[in-house]
Design a protein around this ligand. Structure first.
Ligand code: NDP
Length: 292
């Protein structure tokens, strides 16, 4: 049976460390890091995410600024708000909750965020900086995955890693980060030939697909580390639903050396990393040493 990588406990440690550093910033420099979250429309999942981001931002002692806009908000109005937040000295991090309504060009909005305040790491400048191995704002979900991998393995150098999924928010930045750690990285996607064979070679498997339990244990190399990013809601008992990952946890746990559960794995790390990124952005903006 494999080691369960407890993202919930790890995230609590990260948040406690952030809270300690926020308190020190306030005491020593009178600075309070601030995170602005912009939500357009009333997508129920986005509402839940935004609420929990706001709650945790306050819990670590940061200022939380929530901007809830109507579904029919124009792109021009949204860009104006982003411009205002870019100029606001109390705001060190800006997050525009995705997805945005179809009438808004999401790329235009994300790229309007000042790159140094782009705590989601989606601005084209941060994508370029990460891709070229320079100091960037790193997207929160892959950053959380990397933190768990580093904590488990120490050095990742020379390990074979497979990232299943090539999205801009998870798969591609995850692959860049693993390459930065000197892994040999394969990025798999819906057109990959013989995915089971590709996965079988990997010492590290990161699954970010969005298909419930599509990776069976039989694909996993004995002793590999499995990071399951997927969050899929499936029918549960009676009329209830439950969350499962992209990996079939029960069978994969029989073979993996270590594995993240869903829920309680990657998910909690994402918000913890958002707070860590906001702290980093605040330190950079204030000319102070960055948190470790
Ligand atoms: P996307 O839908 O943007 O990307 C999915 C990727 O999976 C695509 O690259 C797609 O390939 C690939 N894919 C689809 N089907 C297959 C297949 N049969 N075999 C191999 N690859 C396949 O999803 P995201 O990256 O945004 O999210 C992935 C999952 O992670 C979702 O479940 C999401 O909910 C979850 N997630 C979790 C977060 C967290 O905090 N834990 C944060 C963000 C996402 P192609 O490009 O060829 O279409």
């Amino acid at each position: 049976m494999s080691e369960i990588l407890d993202g919930k406990a790890f995230a609590a440690e990260v948040r406690a460390k952030v809270a300690e550093q926020v308190a020190r910033l306030k005491d020593a420099h009178g600075i309070t890091p601030g995170l602005a979250v912009v939500l357009v429309g009333d997508d129920p999942a986005s509402q839940v995410y935004v609420r929990s981001k706001g709650k945790m931002t306050k819990e670590v002692g940061m200022s939380s600024f929530e901007h809830r806009l109507a579904e029919d908000t124009s792109e021009a109005d949204l860009l104006a708000l982003v411009g205002q937040l870019n100029e606001d000295p109390e705001v060190h991090g800006i997050l525009v909750q995705l997805p945005l309504p179809a009438h808004v060009d999401a790329d235009a909005v994300i790229n309007a965020i000042a790159p140094e305040k782009d705590v989601d790491g989606f601005h084209i400048s941060n994508v370029g900086l990460l891709g070229t191995g320079q100091k960037a704002m790193v997207p929160c979900t892959p950053l959380g995955c990397l933190m768990m991998l580093r904590a488990h393995h120490g050095s990742l150098s020379g390990l074979d890693a497979v990232v299943i999924g090539r999205s801009n928010i998870v798969g591609k930045p995850m692959a860049s980060l693993l390459l930065g750690e000197s892994c040999t990285v394969t990025i798999a996607h819906s057109r990959t030939k013989d995915l089971p064979e590709v996965v079988r070679r990997a010492d590290i498997v990161v699954a970010a697909v969005g298909r419930p339990q599509m990776v069976p244990g039989g694909w996993i190399k004995e002793g590999a580390t499995v990071i399951d990013v997927g969050i899929n809601r499936v029918p549960g008992e009676g009329d209830k639903t439950r969350l499962v990952g992209d990996v079939d946890f029960a069978s994969a746990a029989e073979r993996a050396g270590a594995i993240t559960p869903v829920p309680g794995g990657v998910g909690p790390m994402t918000i913890a990393c958002l707070l860590a990124n906001t702290l980093t952005a605040c330190c950079r903006a204030s000319g102070l040493p960055e948190p470790e």
